[in-house]
Ligand binder design. Structure first.
Ligand code: URA
Length: 438
């Protein structure tokens, strides 16, 4: 007999739960026979007692199986099903390039993404700035675009891991989000429901990262790798730097513009190139499309330089309802803010530190992100040409260009941005872009 309070009591006492305990509990979460109070108590017990790897695998699989799990075996795809997930950042537009680059190298990328959360941007919000592009595609359209273009980036199609949705809502209001075991299961239950062969996980480190310390980022990366592999999906993780904005821009339309310019070789921020290449190369090797990281990098550079990745991006955009000539005429299609002006800082020296979280919040202040989940977004606003750590700063050089819808919001965001940058006499030591796992 399954009694939720018994499972909660045993976890509270530090016992290791078995597969059946966890499956029963998650079934009860999904069919509403486990109450909100019991989920809160379970989350608190797990928060304090933790879960070992086998419990995490059982929790991940039970949550994955609480809803639709995609099966691609009937689609006769000619390559592996691959995806990446990031813990979120500022100017993290990697998915928009990685998806087409992987597809151009022979992989298939059914990427189900999310909206912006707090100070971090969301891939779906960025894509919604493309006129006509639908991020709420039916499953049939999603499958068709994955098959035809090799990549489709959309929001949830069916009911993906509904148990996670219910548990996350309760964790959020019971101070139990910060549990590595539950974060692992929450992230992976949704990703593994895509029916993947391989996954690369980008865990951010630094002032704009979701995990507060380097040690916790390492712990999350290791947990995700062990659990996802334990659940049968070949997975690697990279720890990447979020001590400054990743791309040169942060916002929605401005990041799509940067992604297209990256794909067409018009402009490539080197940090963005390095991190996109590192993740994509991991994925090509895990998916069996390259024998080594070096070979993977060669293939990726080829599809970037010969325009194949840009072409795939164009096919995805058109397949999902956007303009057929978006890649050629992105500047005509993307919305532009009414006020576009440089921001200056009254200081002399070098950009020594960036409070990246506050940079993200300045985009929210402009209207490019949400303060509460029901808020609508202004796709045109954001930041471009943001300075990088180590850049010379003086009162005659802009630290960024701000795109705003009113003078008032420009002023407020400019003040936040100025406060987010620390200037010092010495050029700082720059963190690595990709950290090695200790
Ligand atoms: N993102 C998720 O999807 N789940 C968590 O628990 C934390 C971050």
């Amino acid at each position: 007999m399954f009694l939720p309070q018994e499972v909660i009591r045993r976890k509270r006492q530090g016992e290791v739960l078995n597969d059946q305990d966890i499956r029963d509990f998650i079934a009860g979460v999904t069919n509403d026979t486990v109450s909100e109070g019991q989920i809160g108590a379970f989350a608190m017990a797990v928060y304090f007692q933790g879960m070992d790897i086998n419990e995490r695998i059982a929790l991940t699989c039970a949550m994955r199986d609480s809803g639709d799990v995609m099966d691609w075996s009937g689609d006769n795809l000619s390559g592996p099903i691959l995806d990446k997930h990031s813990t979120g950042g500022v100017g993290d537009v990697v998915s928009l390039m990685l998806g087409p680059m992987i597809a151009a190298c022979g992989g298939f990328v059914p990427m189900i993404s999310g909206r912006g959360l707090g100070h971090t941007g969301g891939t779906l919000d960025k894509l919604d700035s493309i006129p006509g592009y639908t991020t709420s595609a039916s499953e049939a359209l999603f499958r068709k675009v994955v098959k035809d273009a090799g990549v489709a980036i959309v929001g949830q199609t069916g009911e993906l891991a509904p148990a996670d949705k219910r548990i996350y809502g309760i964790r959020d209001v019971t101070a139990t989000v910060e549990s590595i075991g539950m974060i692992t299961a929450s992230i992976l239950s949704k990703k593994l429901a895509e029916g993947l062969d391989a996954l690369v996980m980008d865990v951010k480190v630094g002032s704009g990262a979701f995990m507060p310390t380097f040690e916790q980022s390492v712990e999350l990366a290791e947990s995700i790798v062990q659990v996802a592999n334990g659940a049968g999906v070949k997975t690697t993780a990279l720890l990447t730097d979020m001590n400054q904005c990743l791309a040169s821009s942060a916002g929605n339309a401005v990041e799509v513009r940067e992604a297209v310019r990256f794909l067409t070789s018009e402009y490539r921020n080197e940090r963005l190139l390095e991190i996109t290449m590192a993740q994509s190369a991991e994925l090509l090797v895990s998916g069996g499309l390259a024998e080594s990281l070096e070979q993977a990098r060669e293939k990726l550079l080829t599809v970037l330089d010969n325009g194949k990745a840009a072409e795939v991006f164009g096919r995805m955009v058109h397949g999902l309802g956007g303009p057929a000539d978006f890649v050629e005429k992105y500047d005509d299609y993307l919305p532009k803010a009414s006020i576009i002006k440089p921001v200056y800082l009254e200081a002399d020296g070098f950009a020594a530190a960036m409070n990246t979280r506050d940079v993200g919040l300045s985009v929210v202040q402009l209207g490019g992100g949400r303060k509460v989940s029901a808020d609508s977004i202004d796709y045109a606003v954001g930041i471009t040409e943001i300075c990088r750590l180590g850049d010379r700063i003086d009162p005659s050089r802009p630290i960024a260009i701000l795109h705003a819808s009113s003078e008032d919001s420009w002023d407020q965001a400019a003040a936040m941005l100025r406060n987010a940058i620390t200037v010092a006499d010495q050029s700082p030591e720059i963190n690595p872009m990709v950290y090695s796992l200790p």
